[in-house]
Write a protein that binds this ligand. Structure first.
Ligand code: AMP
Length: 214
């Protein structure tokens, strides 16, 4: 089963991916996570990607397709995969087909821009552990400090309000055309409101995926 999760940054794709992975046993392929690992490891690819990511722009299609192609060769992908944050452009969608992925379903999370900006710009992280907080929805016990270590929390460079607005502009320009593309293709297409509770969203997505995965 190959599934794509589509939606703007901050629409909850990563959160929902966890539930889908748990139930259907397919691995999550998040190109954003793969790029962040490369940045943290200080690889050549990571250094090149960091500038682009910090500005809220997209990493080149060639680099992304190379990463995904390599990832799909690992044995855990034999039963399919859940793509989170990929494809993000029409050439990536075409490249995905060219490397042999047959898509079964596309799930789109609908979240208005103002909600995205509030969710992402309020996010704070503890860099070392990756623990994530939110100024309003999940504040740390002591302002700006990690609950476990007491260390300073940071805002990811691509989470500032200006960069989030840039990421949204990039989404509408380069990624949103995939909505029409996939609605006209033969894969199953499911849209769901991404502003209700995490549990409600998860239940609706998983029941949709069950109807055709069985
Ligand atoms: P994400 O965590 O999915 O929002 O990704 C964070 C950043 O990584 C994006 O703003 C892009 O700069 C880059 N990125 C992630 N996935 C892709 C992709 N499929 N194509 C191009 N750039 C990507």
């Amino acid at each position: 089963m190959n599934v794509v999760l589509l939606g703007p940054p901050g629409s909850g794709k990563g959160t929902q991916a966890q539930y889908i992975v748990d139930e259907f046993g397919i691995p999550q392929i998040s190109t954003g996570d793969m790029l962040r690992s490369a940045v943290a490891a200080g690889t050549e690819l990571g250094l090149a990607a960091k500038k682009v990511m910090d500005a809220g722009d997209l990493v080149s299609d060639d680099i992304i397709l190379g990463l995904v192609n390599e990832r799909l060769r690992l044995p855990d992908c034999t039963q399919g995969a859940l793509f989170d944050g990929f494809p993000r452009t029409l050439p990536q969608a075409e490249g995905m087909v060219a490397i042999g992925v047959t898509l079964d379903a596309v799930v789109e999370l609908l979240v208005p821009d103002d909600v995205v900006v509030e969710r992402i710009s309020g996010r704070r992280v503890h860099q070392e552990s990756g623990r994530v907080y939110h100024l309003t929805f999940n504040p740390p016990k002591v302002a700006d400090r990690d609950d476990e270590t007491g260390e300073q929390l940071i805002q990811r460079p691509d989470d500032t309000e200006d960069t989030v607005r840039e990421r949204l502009a990039v989404y509408y320009e380069q990624t949103a055309p995939l909505i029409d593309h996939y609605q006209q293709s033969s894969s199953e297409y499911f849209k769901t409101d991404g502003t209700v509770s995490v549990d409600e969203i998860s239940v609706s997505i998983r029941s949709f995926l069950r109807t055709f995965s069985s």
